[in-house]
Write a protein that binds this ligand. Structure first.
Ligand SMILES: Nc1ncnc2c1ncn2[C@@H]1O[C@H](COP(=O)(O)OP(=O)(O)OP(=O)(O)O)[C@@H](O)[C@H]1O
Ligand SMILES: [Mg+2]
Length: 203
């Protein structure tokens, strides 16, 4: 089982991914909690380039290729081997982020995005994707406590709104796999919903 969490910065992805992992471990599953881009040595080095505020000259195609490259390493080095051992893999972001940010956000054609997503994922598709949807104001408010804002987080509201509506389009396109989660609610309420959906799919 491969589960991914998606949504804009500050929507609550990491919080929910961690809670779901703890819950699944408690009921006896072996779980690995990862994040994209990064997690591998190569991926973390690519992540640093991507999120560095000094990378402000980065061309959208460079950005697309780097995210795909980091993901290719993550899938081959970590995800595929873990799935083969019957572990549940939970990833904080995966290829839907590329569709939302580089496709809808940066206006790269979805045709090109889909091609790169196939290469980066080695044709692996998540079994469940939770897209946590929050108001931009709410997400920005939650980020206020963060000390270091990265290059993507520092993007303007126009860009973030394009990403948000991109995610809604993704849910419409892949309703079997993607679940739009109302992220303006409390951590507990959101967790309950995510648990319910996961259990239904696992059993
Ligand atoms: N439902 C919620 N209600 C209120 N605050 C929340 C909720 N979920 C998460 N938070 C808080 O909002 C902040 C951001 O949450 P979190 O780090 O889980 O988001 P994220 O989507 O992983 O963000 P990033 O993309 O920056 O990693 C944290 O301080 C977290 O405790
Ligand atoms: Mg996070």
């Amino acid at each position: 089982m491969f589960i991914t969490f998606e949504g804009i910065d500050g929507c609550g992805k990491s919080t929910q991914a961690e809670l779901l992992a703890k819950y699944l471990e408690k009921i006896g599953y072996e779980v690995i909690n990862i994040f994209d881009p990064g997690y591998t040595k190569i991926g973390n080095e690519i992540r640093d380039i991507l999120l560095d505020l000094k990378s402000n000259k980065m061309h959208p195609h460079t950005e697309l290729l780097l995210y795909s490259a980091a993901r290719s390493q993550l899938v081959s080095e970590i995800i595929t081997p873990a799935l083969k051992k019957n572990k549940i893999v939970i990833s904080d972001r995966f290829f839907d982020s590329t569709t939302a940010y580089q496709g809808y956000g940066r206006d790269i054609s979805l045709d090109l995005i889909n091609k790169l997503n196939l290469i980066g994922s080695h044709h692996l598709t998540p079994d469940i994707t939770f897209i946590v949807n929050v108001d931009l104001k709410n997400a920005n408010g939650r980020l206020e406590n963060k000390s270091n804002i990265d290059r993507m987080e520092s993007e303007n509201s126009k860009f973030k709104n394009k990403v948000l509506s991109g995610y809604v389009e993704i849910v419409k396109k892949y309703p079997e796999r993607c679940f739009l989660i109302e992220g303006n609610k409390s951590v507990k309420e959101i967790q309950k919903k995510i648990k319910e959906i996961t259990i239904k799919k696992i059993r």
